[in-house]
Design a protein around this ligand. Structure first.
Ligand code: LCS
Length: 393
């Protein structure tokens, strides 16, 4: 079915999907590493790009292609690339747009490894990085150098929830021919469409809301422009960060319920954030749906909804955080997010432990910061669980 002009939910179900000669209701899994050519000429034509078809699964595969086409339609891109993990997507972006002596400007509070890999591996190859509070557009502008090639934004940022104005940041970058990539993992294509706001590439850890069931690791890139898409695809094929067909099948299955899951989790998150904000042991809560959120207006402007991620600081700091985490029973004490189950974690000792303390504090990742990924359980149970654990502090 042609879903180009269909609504978002219709795209979730049907975009990219195909049915085999048996009329299978869902896209089949092509669990094969390679594809036989009909004859020598066919093989040569496929390699020369004269004929469309499949050669080898690292280069392309029907099941993976179905997912890629679905994701591209969901974000209004020209093409999608599925990868083995979110980090494979991140490093594919860095490998594609950065080279020796070139410079990247990156949101300071990004997912820990997205920053750490620049400071370790890419620095080793002569890539220069500047980390800025990209919520403040002036910091972006001031960091631009003649050799700046890439602006890498994460909004909302993991774990501070700070937002960056994608439209305005893209306008600044494009004046200097700088490519703009947005990590859209926290919002998913349902709540935010970076390409429509001016970014060149939207990036996802599919592990999170898009797959939604905490049973695979995966990543994706969606490009607006065919030239950028072709460059990213070439890096993926050469570096080998490709997805596996079975993994793609699971993501195709999971993404179909994206809006149902997010609507429910978001409804819960709003109530949990309200509850936390009123709790005497909580110093502050960062949730884009709260009126107290510093960028409440920007959230309403560029996001369809505030999502299901909450960050909060306990008055008792690090110790209180440890007590809280050791006393929750419904929420799993686990990293990751975007699944149907509620998860709680402590960024300073877990997801962002790889970022030096000074840099963490500079990025507002305080020692007592707790991150809560709200699931789709009954909200009364989520709040009762937190209430019980907070009472132990
Ligand atoms: N981008 C964001 C915003 C993320 O949160 C993560 C993983 C990644 C990229 C990397 O994706 P992966 O390779 O894991 O699929 N975030 C995690 C987190 O907050 N806890 O554990 C993983």
């Amino acid at each position: 079915m042609d879903t180009k002009n269909a609504g978002f939910n219709t795209k979730l179900i049907h975009a990219g999907d195909f049915h085999d000669e048996y009329g299978s209701a869902v896209t089949p899994i092509y669990q094969t590493s390679t594809f036989a050519f009909k004859n020598a000429q066919h093989g040569a034509d496929l390699f020369a790009g004269k004929e469309k078809g499949f050669i080898y699964t690292r280069i392309g595969n029907p099941t993976i292609g179905a997912l890629e086409n679905k994701l591209a339609e969901l974000e209004n891109g020209c093409g999608g690339i599925a990868l083995a993990s979110g980090m494979a997507a991140v490093t594919t972006v860095y490998m594609t747009f950065l080279g020796q002596g070139q410079h990247i400007i990156c949101t300071s509070a990004v997912y820990g490894p997205s920053r750490a890999v620049l400071e370790s591996h890419f620095a080793k190859f002569g890539v220069e990085s500047t980390f800025v509070d990209s919520s403040n557009l002036k910091e972006i502008e001031d960091a631009i150098r003649p050799n700046t090639k890439l602006l890498y934004l994460e909004t909302p940022a993991n774990p501070t929830m700070a937002l960056t104005d994608i439209k305005k940041a893209s306008e600044i970058a494009h004046k200097h021919n700088i490519i703009v990539v947005v990590d859209n993992t926290f919002s998913s294509p349902y709540l935010q469409k970076p390409l429509d706001l001016g970014a060149d590439v939207s990036l996802h850890s599919l592990t999170k809301f898009i797959n939604g069931h905490a049973d695979i690791v995966g990543g994706a890139l969606i490009a607006k422009d065919p030239e950028i898409y072709a460059k990213l695809r070439k890096t993926m094929v050469y570096m080998g960060g490709n997805m596996d067909p079975h993994q793609a099948y699971l993501v195709i299955r999971g993404v179909k319920t994206l809006t149902l899951r997010i609507d429910r989790a978001q409804e819960n998150a709003m109530k949990v954030a309200d509850y936390l904000e009123k709790h005497p042991k909580v110093a502050w809560v960062k949730y884009p749906g709260l009126k107290s959120f510093p960028q409440y207006e920007l959230a309403k402007e560029q996001m369809k909804g505030p999502g299901a991620m909450i960050s909060f600081e306990l008055k008792g700091g690090y110790e209180a955080g440890v007590t809280l985490m050791d006393n929750v029973h419904l929420a799993l004490l686990a990293v990751s997010l975007g699944g149907v189950e509620s998860l709680i974690q402590h960024p300073a000792s877990m997801t962002h432990a790889g970022v030096p303390k000074e840099a963490r504090l500079q990025a507002n990742i305080t020692e007592g910061l707790v991150r809560y990924a709200v699931g789709i359980e009954n909200v009364e149970d989520i709040i009762a669980d937190l209430d019980h654990a907070l009472a132990k502090i």
